[in-house]
Design a protein. Structure first.
Length: 481
């Protein structure tokens, strides 16, 4: 049995001016691609020859430039054409990729992959639950599933389930399963749909229960991606199996549960303006106190260089005087980093930082302080920290999320002994969640603004909750595809 591996993955905010190109993607081929999936050597995969084609993955960002999408997708088709006989394809995508000037990038890519493979080759697709499942995508692939946890602690587990489902289906000789597919006209940010809290916790628990039923191959609920403005952007449900009546019933159940809970989804933490969150943090005795700078979260698609929050922090007297300590992570600005390198550690620096890609909220902000450290980071490139009183501002050469304690300690910073840690993130990833004595989610501006109503969606299909809160109950009858 020969199974190919290919895909292209990025989460793209169409409200961010950032454009993702070749420099933003890591591309794997050959043995390097196989090594990404440590489950390929497990017992269930015995007798399978895994054929690495090509896979590209980027940190979330803005829309992908057309030239790179065309180049990478053409390579996928070429490698399919030269791979020899394939029984299946493990199609590893995100589901929220946007391409400049086009709609439904994954639907387009899946349709082209299907044409290149022919109808007899079984395609199994792994996705992020913040992806979108259009009719085109759902119809072009044979098996499709997504993560069941947000934060995505089960990302690799979900990919393994995708590949294992494919192998087991091919070995069984049962052929392609049926898929009960339905889109639910609800579009919510991930920070309101964390599986740590209700109602998502119960909905996704039920997903797992349904997936384990006899007659069901797998089940999945997609939240959709709130920061792209395309018709496909909405929640979706797919239940797969051979018992058509059962999968239809279960898909209806999940879609109805999601629709009925639409107004019950709440932010994963208490929210406020940045100023409200900073004031609360300074008054609190909980240390460290974490604040999510959510509007420019690079792992949701923010440009990473919005400087609005840093500008506001530079006006907080307790921080600038050193009465309190804080870390801000981070702003992407390679030119500002170069200026810090030229100045040298321990020396004064004055530099205009950020606001050069996404200048909407603030534009470049003047930062005057002392170069605290210069570090080489495998993701962020050269990273500079500027100290301004009690505030440490992190500047990176490349867009980088700050999710792990080591991200900070590498720079000579200790978030555990810092009063306020302000991070461009939405819900806290596990290490930060465990670190925080308390935390708040600040509703800051940027390309992934949590306030969807002020972003200006016009390409989504209406009516759509929460844009149309009084919309009538939709028809949630699944389609068998």
């Amino acid at each position: 049995m020969r199974i190919g591996i290919a895909g292209m993955a990025i989460e793209s905010s169409t409200f961010s001016p950032h454009r993702a190109g070749a420099d933003d993607f890591d591309v794997w081929r050959g043995d390097a691609l196989l090594q990404r999936y440590d489950f390929l050597g497990k017992e269930w995969a015995e007798g399978v020859e895994w054929v690495p084609l090509v896979h590209a993955r980027s940190l979330p960002g803005g829309a992908v430039v057309g030239e790179f999408y065309d180049e990478l997708s053409a390579e996928i088709m070429e490698r399919i054409g030269t791979a020899g006989h394939l029984d299946g394809l493990f199609f590893d995508i995100h589901g929220a990729m946007s391409v400049v000037g086009r709609e439904d990038a994954e639907g387009d890519l899946a349709t082209r992959v299907r044409a290149a493979l022919g109808d007899d080759v079984m395609i199994s697709t792994s996705m992020d639950l913040h992806g979108n499942v259009s009719r085109e995508l759902g119809g072009a692939v044979d098996l499709i599933t997504c993560y069941r946890m947000a934060p995505h602690e089960d990302a690799m587990e979900s990919r393994e389930r995708t590949a294992r489902n494919l192998v087991e289906r091919l070995k069984s000789g049962l052929g392609k399963p049926k898929k009960a597919w339905i889109q639910v006209p609800v579009l919510l940010p991930g920070e309101k749909t964390s599986t740590r809290i209700e109602p998502a916790a119960s909905i996704y628990q039920r997903v797992g229960e349904i997936a384990d039923e006899p007659g069901v191959l797998d089940a999945a609920v997609w939240v959709g991606y709130a920061w792209a403005d395309e018709p496909r952007c909405k929640a979706a449900v797919v239940v797969m199996g051979d018992d058509e009546a059962l999968i239809t019933t279960r898909a209806t159940e999940l879609a109805t549960a999601y629709w009925d809970a639409r107004a019950d989804f709440e932010f994963v933490a208490p929210t406020g303006t940045l100023h409200e969150c900073v004031d609360a943090g300074l008054k609190s005795t909980a240390r460290p106190f974490l604040i999510s700078d959510s509007g420019d979260n690079p792992t949701a698609g923010g440009a990473g260089d919005v400087s609005w929050t840093l500008r506001e922090l530079l006006m907080v007297e307790d921080l600038i005087s050193g009465k309190a300590t804080a870390i801000h992570a981070s702003i992407t600005d390679p030119d500002a980093v170069k200026a810090c390198v030229a100045a040298g550690v321990g020396n004064p620096i004055s530099v205009a930082a950020g606001g050069k890609v996404d200048s909407g909220p603030a534009g470049p902000v003047e930062v005057t302080g002392t170069v605290f450290s210069i570090t080489e980071d495998p993701v962020g490139g050269t990273v500079a920290v500027i100290q301004i009183g009690g505030l440490h501002a992190i500047l990176t050469s490349r867009r980088k999320p700050y999710h792990h304690l080591a991200d900070f300690t590498l720079l000579g910073l200790d978030p555990a002994t810092t009063d306020l840690v302000i991070v461009k993130i939405g819900y806290l990833e596990p290490e930060l969640y465990n670190l925080a004595a308390d935390w708040l989610l600040a509703l800051t501006p940027g390309g992934v603004d949590q306030d969807l109503l002020r972003l200006g969606h016009h390409g989504v299909v209406r009516p759509l909750f929460p844009f149309d809160p009084d919309m009538p109950t939709p028809d949630l009858t699944p389609e068998l595809i």
